[in-house]
Structure formats: structure tokens, C-alpha cells
Design a protein around this ligand. Structure first.
Ligand code: MLT
Ligand code: MN
Ligand code: ZN
Length: 304
């Protein structure tokens, strides 16, 4: 199985347009050993030709230009993207659907029911796309039942609900539904190799931990180092409140990953621009290295 990290940053990217935090400021001035990061998306393939896009980031146009395997190969209109799976209905994961409007066929879109509801109401991207390429929407089952995507005979997928919150524009913002945010296991059937992808992971429920134990590679929530990290940019929002388990806390992601078998590749993704791990010379980054945890970067290639 081939995985390409298209965007390793959280909403806003790194640097964020209006952010003057230590990381963003130092990146602009060339004073930090760190890579810029676009917003959250990966692509997965078995044959290296057709790819399943996970999330459609507002930065997708640049991401596709930076990743030749996803570019047109034949005919006057073509793409390496065969289908799109959405993890949630957040802006950083869905706005890129509008950028794909020139598609010469409807987008094959897989998402859970609450995400479909949000994207046809509070943020009606899918309704808008009906005036362009249109969308063939397929529900993602939330009971872990495997589902297949036509055109990808060697891949199978299974999704489950995560504890989270719907986006601010969701009609059920204060009334979370299972499926507002999902984790997905992707298995390559011929090799049995498995990936677990969950860029927004607020709580490690038993079914989540079980999935994490059974795969070869984890690409999981790396948004924040501490729960109160947003205080430095004047925001009262706590990491856990907005559905992101911080890394360094008691019961945080580092401790969780420590209980995952050593042979599993453990990679953090969806890194917020405030996170000190972006500085490759920081003590926080050193702590991850010592724990055997990698940090995803844009255009990272993973072969399982
Ligand atoms: C999140 O995952 O919490 C989002 O990145 C927030 C956002 O995009 O505004
Ligand atoms: Mn996000
Ligand atoms: Zn910043």
C-alpha cells in the first residue's frame, strides 16, 4: 500500500495567514528548523496509479501540483483521484471539494450521514457542486463493517465513529452525532497491510485502541502538544474540547502510542501551527523521536 501525505498541517496550515505565534513568525523569518505545512489530507493507493483521496483540503490545488502520481496521465481531462473519503465536515477537510468542480464526471464521495447532512445544509458544498460536476455520495457504515470502493479491487475500508464535535456551522453543533468524525482502517487485501487514519481524535475509546493495535501504520491526531496550547494565540479553546487529544498530557497521545506494538509505524498528522514539535530542534520533538514517534510532513511517502 502506498500513502502520500498531501497536507500534514491542521486547519490554517503553517504558517497561518494571520498568525504571528513563535512558530509562524520564526518560519517566515527563516529562524526555525521547520517545514511549512498545507492543510490536512492524504492519498492512498494500491497500484500507484489510482488514489483514494482522504479529505479535500483548501490547499488541494497546490497539493496535486506537488504530487505527480495524482496528476492527469491520459486524455484531455484526467486525474489520479478515483474517489474521495471525508473524515468530517470541517472546513480544512472539505473546502477543496469546490476546487475539484471541473471534474468531467461526478465525484465518488464516501462520508458518514452527519457529514452529508452538514455539507448539504450548514455548509452546502455538495449542493453547490450539483451546478458543476455533481457528486455520487456513498454512506460510510459506522459499525466497522468493511466497505469497498469500485476501481480499487485491492483495498478495503472500515470506518468507526469517534468522540468529537460537529463543525460550528452544523445544524447539530451542540448535539454530537456518531459519525461527525470518523477513524478509518484501510487494508490492502493482497498483502494484508493496514493503515489507521484519524487526524481528529479526541478520546481513545476501546474500539479506537483496538483498531490501533491491529495495523502496520498509524496516522493519528498530532494537532496539539498541550491542552491549553491555543492560549498563546489568545484563544480560550482547549484541545480536548475541540476534539484533539494533546500529546504530552497524562493519558495523552505519547502515552497511548507507548501501548501500541513497537513494530507499528506511529506518525502524527494534522499538526497545528502552534505545536512546538514543528521545530525540529525542540526538546518536544526530541521527546517524540525518543518515543519512536514520527511527524508527518507534506509530500511524505509511506510504503507499507
Ligand atoms: C479542527 O480539526 O479542529 C479544525 O482544523 C478546525 C478548523 O479548521 O477551523
Ligand atoms: Mn482539522
Ligand atoms: Zn501560528
Amino acid at each position: 500500500m502506498l500513502i502520500r501525505v498531501l497536507g500534514s498541517g491542521a486547519g490554517g496550515g503553517f504558517p497561518q495567514w494571520n498568525c504571528n505565534c513563535g512558530n509562524c513568525r520564526r518560519l517566515r523569518r527563516g529562524e526555525i528548523n521547520a517545514q511549512p505545512r498545507t492543510q490536512s489530507s492524504i492519498a492512498v493507493s494500491s497500484d500507484g496509479t489510482k488514489w483514494v483521496l482522504f479529505n479535500a483540503s483548501p490547499d488541494i490545488r497546490f497539493q496535486l501540483e506537488a504530487n505527480p502520481p495524482l496528476q492527469p496521465k491520459e486524455g484531455v481531462r484526467d486525474t489520479g483521484i478515483g474517489a474521495v473519503v471525508l473524515i468530517d465536515a470541517q472546513i480544512d477537510h472539505t473546502t477543496g471539494l469546490l476546487i475539484l468542480r471541473e471534474s468531467n464526471r461526478p465525484l465518488e464521495l464516501y462520508c458518514a450521514d452527519p457529514v452529508y447532512e452538514d455539507l448539504t445544509s450548514g455548509f452546502p458544498v455538495l449542493t453547490m457542486l450539483e451546478h458543476y460536476c455533481g457528486v455520487n455520495r456513498h454512506p460510510v457504515p459506522l459499525d466497522g463493517r468493511a466497505f469497498r470502493i469500485p476501481g480499487f479491487p485491492d483495498l478495503q475500508f472500515s470506518g468507526h465513529a469517534l468522540k468529537s464535535k460537529a463543525p460550528p456551522y452544523s445544524p447539530h453543533r451542540n448535539d454530537p452525532y456518531p459519525g461527525d468524525n470518523i477513524g478509518v482502517v484501510v487494508e490492502e487485501i493482497s498483502t494484508g497491510r493496514k493503515l489507521y487514519y484519524a487526524p481528529g481524535l479526541g478520546e481513545i475509546e476501546p474500539h479506537v485502541f483496538e483498531a490501533m493495535q491491529q495495523v502496520d501504520c498509524l496516522l493519528v491526531d498530532g494537532t496539539f502538544w498541550t491542552d491549553d496550547e491555543m492560549a498563546q494565540v489568545g484563544s480560550p479553546k482547549k484541545a480536548r474540547e475541540i476534539g484533539h487529544l494533546p500529546q504530552s498530557d497524562t493519558g495523552g497521545m505519547i502515552e497511548v502510542l507507548d501501548r501500541v506494538p513497537e513494530k507499528t509505524r506511529k506518525i502524527l498528522i494534522h499538526i497545528n501551527n502552534t505545536n512546538p514539535i514543528l521545530d525540529e530542534d525542540s526538546p518536544q520533538r526530541r521527546r517524540l523521536i525518543d518515543a519512536g514517534i514520527e511527524v508527518a510532513y507534506d509530500s511524505m511517502e509511506i510504503e507499507l
